[in-house]
Ligand binder design. Structure first.
Ligand SMILES: Cc1cc2nc3c(=O)[nH]c(=O)nc-3n(C[C@H](O)[C@H](O)[C@H](O)COP(=O)(O)OP(=O)(O)OC[C@H]3O[C@@H](n4cnc5c(N)ncnc54)[C@H](O)[C@@H]3O)c2cc1C
Length: 75
């Protein structure tokens, strides 16, 4: 069980998924990514929090993969 779908939770979920583990992610909000989320306001997409991920490059690649938009864009 993963509590919270922020960066740590989604990174853990990505790793577990790649290892075919059986798990669930519980998030209290109706949107993932914690303070790194993007909200929609009318025609605009607003990043409300972090804009540069201060993490190692291999973790950065995981973050880009898991936080990319469903339509194919990237966060
Ligand atoms: C304004 C701001 C700007 C920042 N800018 C940067 C930046 O530029 N670069 C950078 O690298 N870092 C930045 N940070 C820090 C970065 O956001 C954090 O280090 C990172 O989000 C921590 O990830 P986390 O997964 O541990 O926690 P979080 O990202 O906070 O995720 C926790 C998740 O758990 C959920 N949750 C909490 N309680 C429960 C519960 N009881 N049940 C279910 N779900 C729950 C929350 O809703 C959230 O989605 C910034 C932070 C803030 C607040």
């Amino acid at each position: 069980m993963i509590l919270g779908a922020g960066q740590a939770g989604m990174s853990a979920a990505s790793k577990l998924l790649n290892n075919n583990a059986n798990f669930s992610v519980f998030e209290r909000e109706n949107i993932i990514c914690g303070p790194a989320k993007t909200i929609q306001y009318r025609l605009f997409s607003l990043d409300i929090g972090p804009h540069i991920m201060c993490i190692k490059s291999h973790v950065d690649e995981i973050a880009i993969e898991i936080f990319k938009e469903p339509g194919g864009g990237s966060a």
